[in-house]
Design a protein around this ligand. Sequence first.
Ligand code: URA
Length: 344
Amino acid sequence: MVEAFDAVDIIRAKRDKGALSTEQIDWLIDAYTREYVDDAQMASLIMAIFLNGMERREIFDMTQAMIRSGERMDFSQLSKPTVDKHSTGGVGDKITLPLMPLVAAFGVAVPQLSGRGLGHTGGTLDKLESIPGWRAELSNDEIMQQLEGLGGVICAAGKGLAPADKRLYALRDVTGTVEAIPLIASSIMSKKIAEGTSALTLDVKFGSGAFMREEERARELAETMVALGTDAGVTTSALLTSMESPLGLAIGNANEVRESVEVLAGGGPSDVVELTVALAREMLASVGQPDADVEAALKDGRAMDVWRQFVTAQDGDPDGALPTPNETHVVKAEADGVLTRQDA
Ligand code: URA
């Protein structure tokens, strides 16, 4: 096969602060997926993107090319509207766990195709896998059945969705290029658009526990992603939330599941409850339910009912004992006082 472009020319163009054409980006992502462009070349290019950025049009092209690298899901056969949430992640961010059942309790479908940890932030699937028996891998048929039935699913994004991103994501993790806005925005939005949701609420974090330390950068990321979603026909909005301190009181996979169940039981730390409620409101408003009483669904057990059905549907035991650590270490305060800040 005669290749349309040369990877080295593309790397040089970005190294020298140029903009890549739509054709160059399409070819590059396709050639990387075919493994014609190797990881060394891609690593060099993404460092150039990290340092020199991309224009809006380039980010859009990159997102569309990554969507085309794989399959697209289609939820149009469901009898309910679909709405998804994506958080850019942060220390102690377990919000997906109480949020999915809470929103699904209002008769909408919540397809949470999730990922694993990246950088220093834990992934939703890693957390849920601490529930005995719980299964992250579902077939497309199982996903559809679960969405039509109980209304929500949290599972691994199928290997077929944006496969180019899968390789790129792993490469970024080991090349110090995670925190680049064009790469984060195209990575997240390619998967979310390919996933086929009709509405999407983004939780974009800033602060010491997030990829974006500064609020201004987080705002730029949020605006970039909202534009990408809107241009692709997905009703997209974003909340900017602080990740200066860890969310809630628990960090670590099993601990975060425990805390999420407390929220579903009507308790839990106030910051976790507040963010869960704010995101649930935004998600429900985006599918035509702006007045949904989400607090009531946490208090009266409706969200907990969906959680238990969800864990059971994915072979988990909602009453199973969660693992406890083999080792513990107690840190004693040197003096009495009140903890006012915990650097995430
Ligand atoms: N989550 C993603 O899917 N991609 C990123 O780049 C960062 C967080």
